[in-house]
Design a protein around this ligand. Structure first.
Ligand SMILES: [Zn+2]
Ligand SMILES: [Zn+2]
Length: 388
C-alpha cells in the first residue's frame, strides 16, 4: 500500500492553501489529514491546525456544520430507542447529495486520496456517541437495532432484528380455524385499522398465538410457518403441532415464556427462541384419526382390505399436474356403525386426507378400495413429528 507520508509541516502548508479558499470545520479539516498522520480524532487535529494557523471557521463549506448537530441527533436516537431491548446496533445515514458532492470536490481538487468520506465520518461519530451513552455495541452483521438518520428529511427511524421462535400447539375444541383472515383494509400488509398487525381479529390458532406474541414482545407482525395444516374442525392432541414464528419489529427480545401458555382452547407448549426459522420445507409425519362415513353399508370384513395401504405410497396429483408421493407407515381401523368407521394412521406430512378418503386424484384411495363412496367428516391429529 502506498502511503504518501506527509510531515506536519506539509499538512500546515496545504491547510493554509485550502483554508484560503474554503471555510472548513474542525472535523472536515482534520479528516483531510488524520489518517495520513495516523491520528484518530479528526476534530482534535482540525482544532490544532486552525489554532496554529490562527484561522477561525464560521460555516463549513463541505458539511455546513453538520457535526454541531451530532448531540441532538444522538438525543433523538436515545429517544426513539428508549422502549427497546437491545445489545447491539448499527447506524446508517442519508446525507444531502450536495454535501457528498462538495466532499468529493475537495478531495479531488487537492488530490487527497485514501481519506474517509464525510458519510463515513458522520456515521462513525453518531455510532461512537450513541455507544458511549448507552454502553451498547456497534455490530454490522445482524444488529438488534438499525438506525437510519436521514439528514435530508431530518428524521431518525429504527428497525429491529426479528425474533425467531418455535413451539408446539394443541387444540382441544373443534371449530377454531388454523389461519386468520388478513385485515380487510390492507390484506395483511399492516395499516392503521389493524394497528399494523396485518390481522384485526384473533379467533384462530394463528390469531391467538399472534395476539399473545404481539403483547409479550411488543411486536408488530408475526409470520408463522406451520408444520402441516388442519381443518377448523380438527383437534390437535398429544404434544401438538410444531410451528415456527418470525416476529417482526419486536421491542422486547427476551420476555419470560412459561412452559405452557393457555390461550382459551389452544395451548402453546415449550415456546423457545431460536436463531433462524428453517428456509426450506420441513419433512414430517402425522398420526391422524379420521372419522369416515360411507354412502352404502360397509360390508363385513371389507375394512381389512385397507391393510394393503400399510407401507404403501399414495400418489397425489394436483390440478397443476404436479405429482407427489406420501408414504403410509401404519394403518388401523375400527368400525363405528353400518356406514361409518375410524381410520388411524401415520402418514407422510401433507397427505390431503379428505381427498385420500373421497378418491379425488389420489391413488390408491379409500373409496376405491372399499368400492363405496366415502367421506372424511373430521380428522384429528394425535402426533406430528419432524423427521429429519
Ligand atoms: Zn464540516
Ligand atoms: Zn390492515
Amino acid at each position: 500500500m502506498r502511503k504518501n507520508n506527509k510531515s506536519f509541516a506539509d499538512v500546515l502548508q496545504l491547510s493554509q492553501k485550502i483554508l484560503k479558499e474554503y471555510d472548513l470545520c474542525d472535523v472536515c479539516l482534520g479528516r483531510l489529514f488524520a489518517k495520513n498522520l495516523g491520528l484518530v480524532s479528526n476534530k482534535k487535529l482540525g482544532e490544532k491546525i486552525h489554532r496554529i494557523l490562527k484561522i477561525k471557521s464560521a460555516k463549513c463549506y463541505v458539511c455546513k456544520n453538520i457535526f454541531d448537530g451530532v448531540n441532538s441527533q444522538v438525543a433523538k436516537m436515545l429517544d426513539v430507542s428508549s422502549d427497546y431491548d437491545f445489545a447491539t446496533f448499527l447506524v446508517g445515514t442519508k446525507l444531502k447529495p450536495s454535501i457528498l458532492d462538495r466532499d468529493d470536490h475537495m478531495r479531488s481538487r487537492f488530490r487527497l486520496r485514501g481519506i474517509d468520506g464525510i458519510k463515513t465520518n458522520i456515521t462513525r461519530e453518531l455510532a461512537k456517541q450513541f455507544s458511549h451513552k448507552t454502553k451498547k455495541k456497534v455490530e454490522s452483521s445482524e444488529p438488534d437495532l438499525t438506525f437510519m438518520i436521514n439528514f435530508k428529511e431530518d428524521s431518525c427511524t429504527l428497525q429491529t432484528k426479528p425474533v425467531f421462535l418455535w413451539g408446539r400447539y394443541t387444540k382441544s375444541e373443534r371449530n377454531i380455524p388454523q389461519k386468520q383472515k388478513p385485515c380487510s383494509t390492507c390484506l395483511g400488509k399492516g395499516c392503521v385499522d389493524c394497528s399494523h398487525h396485518g390481522i384485526s381479529e384473533f379467533d384462530s390458532v394463528e390469531g391467538l398465538i399472534s395476539k399473545y406474541l404481539f403483547e409479550k414482545f411488543e411486536a408488530l407482525q408475526a409470520k408463522i410457518t406451520w408444520i402441516g395444516g388442519e381443518d377448523s374442525t380438527s383437534l390437535v392432541l398429544g404434544s401438538g403441532r410444531p410451528f415456527f414464528v418470525k416476529l417482526l419489529n419486536p421491542k422486547k427480545r427476551h420476555p419470560r415464556l412459561p412452559k405452557k401458555i393457555k390461550l382459551g382452547e389452544i395451548t402453546i407448549n415449550n415456546l423457545k427462541p431460536i436463531s433462524k426459522t428453517p428456509s426450506g420445507p420441513v419433512p414430517f409425519t402425522s398420526k391422524v384419526k379420521l372419522y369416515i362415513t360411507c354412502e352404502n353399508k360397509i360390508e363385513q370384513n371389507i375394512l381389512s382390505k385397507l391393510d394393503q395401504l400399510e407401507k404403501n405410497t399414495i400418489a397425489v396429483y394436483e390440478k397443476s399436474g404436479r405429482r407427489t408421493e406420501k408414504l403410509i407407515r401404519n394403518i388401523q381401523y375400527k368400525s363405528i356403525s353400518d356406514d361409518s368407521f375410524y381410520l388411524s394412521m401415520i402418514a407422510g406430512g401433507g397427505l390431503p386426507l379428505k381427498r385420500f378418503v373421497s378418491g379425488d386424484d389420489t391413488f390408491p384411495n379409500i373409496s376405491d378400495i372399499l368400492e363405496n363412496k366415502c367421506k372424511c367428516e373430521t380428522f384429528d391429529f394425535e402426533a406430528v413429528k419432524i423427521t429429519h
